[in-house]
Design a protein around this ligand. Structure first.
Ligand code: ZN
Length: 308
């Protein structure tokens, strides 16, 4: 069993957090786009549709292994450069940010996801207290890493992977909800609905699958099998804390599922996930985890098209 050290715990709820109690004058609290200027095509070259996006390789495959090793090599270089620097606060924060971008790249995180830093905060999961290592804010689509994290902390890439997984979860969930709205309209004839979009078992019929990519892969959605997900958790003490809180109604199944998947992403980047029997045998979390990675680029495209 992997134990998460308190310093690396994070919280999921960005809403209702206290206002920023104070940040470093330099480096801290700066929210910025995660893409370096050199990575951005000239405005005239930007195509609004069909931007190819990377799909994270399935955990345990050779492609995933190669991708994780490349990410680790990149991070090792950043850490080595930081260690040979003057280790000023600016250099320290830059190294953490560069590591975040290396993990984002490995995770296939869209460039629309931002990066920010803030002071850590205490938070509760059920009756357990933790200190944030970072969090993801769905409202502004930003991953925040707390200012007490050092670039050479071995837990940092896993923490960033955890937060990046929350970004993926939220995007796919939002795209699912968009489809749900469309599906509802399709099922109500007064709204111009079409007959037979779904089969009697609730699955999308083949001729409509291109219109409903998320429902096609996830016909039961995210909470359809909460009982199974509750029973199957056990990957880390941290994710279990959410399921324990859920059992006493101080958390909900969707959040507990979200945290479990984020813990999987952390262990995935650290390399242990594909070796876990828990993962190999999982008939609930493994398909959900891989489906989210697979659907994420499509979900991002749907959300961006919807916001225009
Ligand atoms: Zn989390």
């Amino acid at each position: 069993m992997l134990r998460v050290r308190d310093a690396w715990e994070e919280q999921k709820h960005p809403r209702g957090q206290p206002k920023n109690p104070g940040q470093f004058a330099s480096g801290g609290g700066v929210s910025s786009s995660r893409s370096a200027p050199s990575e951005q095509p000239a405005p005239s070259a930007v195509k609004k549709t069909a931007t190819p996006r990377k799909v994270k390789a399935e955990s345990g495959t050779q492609a995933a292994k190669a991708s994780a090793e490349a990410s680790k090599a990149r991070i090792d270089t950043i850490v080595a450069e930081y260690k040979s620097s003057n280790k000023t606060l600016v250099e320290e924060r830059k190294a953490v940010k560069d590591i975040a971008h290396a993990v984002f790249e490995y995770m296939g995180i869209d460039k629309s996801v931002g990066y920010s830093t803030e002071w850590p905060r205490k938070f509760m999961v059920g009756d357990k207290q933790y200190e944030t290592g970072g969090w993801f804010s769905p409202k502004d689509n930003v991953v925040t890493i707390c200012t007490n994290t050092r670039p050479d902390n071995p837990g940092l890439p896993g923490l960033i992977s955890h937060e990046a997984m929350h970004a993926k979860f939220e995007a796919v969930k939002k795209a699912y909800d968009l489809e749900d709205e469309k599906l509802f309209n399709d099922m109500v004839s007064e709204r111009g609905g079409r007959k037979g979009v779904t089969a009697p078992d609730g699955k999308i019929r083949p001729e409509y699958q291109a219109e409903y990519p998320i429902h096609t892969v996830m016909p039961n959605g995210f909470g359809g099998n909460a009982d199974t997900l509750r029973k199957d958790d056990g990957i880390t003490d941290y994710s279990r804390a959410y399921w324990e809180a859920e059992a006493t109604n101080s958390s909900d199944a969707l959040l507990a599922t979200n945290e479990t998947l984020a813990e999987m992403a952390r262990l995935d980047h650290e390399g242990s996930l594909p070796r876990l029997l828990w993962y190999k045998n999982s008939k609930s979390y493994k398909p959900l985890y891989e489906a989210i990675h697979k659907l994420y680029p499509t979900a991002v495209q749907m959300l961006q098209a919807n916001s225009k």
